[in-house]
Ligand binder design. Structure first.
Ligand code: ZN
Length: 138
């Protein structure tokens, strides 16, 4: 069995953003040489997510509005976590959007449903953060 590991780094200039990282994950898969197996992609921070959904800007706007209703950033004083920091909402948004995804690898390709793409969800940006790509198989 082969194994491959790589970190993808991000520095989002805004507090929140959704980034399609499917091309980077496909590049990792190509580099790994693995044809059959599994790829895991997970955020390595507790204020960011990795998830699979549609690459459609209206949906991403809707996610942002929905997440702000569930866990508004302001007022930061509403959260007990925000003692010396202001990112309690980002921890909650990450919890809803998830930590990781697993995708089957078949014949050297990500075995997606028709509209599935992999996204990095940033909820407390403006600093360097990373996601892990781990691929196992043969
Ligand atoms: Zn925090």
């Amino acid at each position: 069995m082969k194994s491959f590991r790589k970190e993808l780094w991000f520095e989002v200039p805004t507090r929140r953003a959704f980034i399609n990282i499917t091309p980077e994950v496909e590049a990792c898969l190509h580099e790994s040489g693995i044809k059959e197996g599994l790829v895991l992609v997970n955020a390595m921070h507790i204020t960011a997510s990795v998830f699979i959904n549609d690459d459609e800007s209206g949906l991403h706007h809707d996610y942002d509005v929905w997440l702000e209703k569930l866990a508004p950033h302001e007022p930061v004083s509403q959260y007990r976590h925000n003692v010396g920091e202001d990112n309690a909402d980002a921890h909650m948004k990450r919890q809803i959007m998830g930590r990781e995804v697993v995708v089957a690898v078949t014949d050297g390709r990500l075995d997606f449903g028709t509209w599935e793409r992999i996204f990095y969800g940033e909820f407390d940006g403006r600093r360097r953060k990373r996601a892990l790509v781990k691929i196992i198989g043969e």
